[in-house]
Design a protein around this ligand. Structure first.
Ligand code: CTP
Ligand code: MG
Length: 238
């Protein structure tokens, strides 16, 4: 399942992020191609933004309308899933490879007691927990403009041990029964979830970490788009 129904506000490309041109194709097409080439993938369904369903319809890919929240988009697409396992992937991660998808699936399949497995990267920065600033803080600035903030954004309270911290990515693979149960939980928590693993964790499920390659980046801001463009151009030149 590919979540592609976001509006791409932080990218600011004037249209939905998944359909922004990237190295010669709409961004979502890179993820579709990786899913097609993955041995573990049987069928593909994409949650599309309003007005873009027809861009993908008619091919080998199932298409559903996305929702206002990511969770709603995933929930819509989940209705079209008829397998025991589902891999959820963000269209915003166009550098995903068939090997990574198959790898995360294999990690889950090898542990019958686990409910999910997620691609994740070890955190490399030193991580600080800071006080919330009194003046408008982090959320008042768009991420790409953070470097222009004129005042300190809080004071360091502590350094968090990064040895056990992982940045969660996609693909995220789940047993469909567990995911359906997780998504039937508290609607507010479901709507606020930024990934599906959070919801599995909230019902006491087990989620395994599958280390992702360094280039499985997420396109959020214009600088990410430039980097993705360079990396994909390099790949297709090989
Ligand atoms: N997504 C979705 N449906 C939504 C919101 C997000 O399918 N209602 C998908 C996006 O298309 C993206 C993934 O979830 O592939 C991760 O979301 P994000 O990177 O936040 O994308 P956008 O929500 O489009 O970007 P922004 O938050 O900057 O508006
Ligand atoms: Mg978003």
């Amino acid at each position: 399942m590919i979540a592609a129904a976001g509006s791409g506000e932080r990218l600011g490309a004037g249209g939905p992020k998944a359909f922004v041109p990237l190295a010669g194709r709409p961004m979502v097409e890179w993820s579709i191609a990786a899913c097609r080439a993955a041995e573990s993938v049987r069928s593909i369904v994409v949650a599309c933004p309003p007005g873009h369903v027809h861009d993908l319809a008619g091919g080998d890919v199932g298409v559903v309308d996305g929702g206002v929240t990511r969770a709603q988009s995933v929930s819509n697409a989940l209705q079209a899933v008829g397998t025991d396992l589902v891999a959820i992937h963000d269209a915003a991660r166009p550098l995903v490879t068939p090997e990574l998808i198959d790898g995360v699936v294999a990690t889950l399949v090898e542990d019958p007691q686990a409910d999910g497995a997620i691609a994740a990267s070890p955190v490399s920065d030193t991580i600080k927990r800071a006080t919330a600033p009194e003046h408008p803080g982090r959320n008042a600035y768009p991420m790409h403009d953070m470097g222009n903030a004129l005042r300190p954004m809080g004071e360091v309270e502590e350094t968090v041990d990064r040895g056990t911290l992982w940045a969660a990515q996609t693909p995220q693979v789940f047993r469909v029964d567990a995911l359906r149960a997780a998504m039937a939980g508290d609607p507010e928590r479901v709507a606020a979830a930024t990934d599906e693993a959070m919801l599995i964790e909230a019902i006491g499920g087990r989620v395994l970490i599958h280390p992702a390659p360094a280039d499985n980046l997420k396109v959020t801001t214009p600088v990410d788009l430039r980097l993705a463009e360079l990396l994909l151009a390099e790949r297709s030149g090989q």
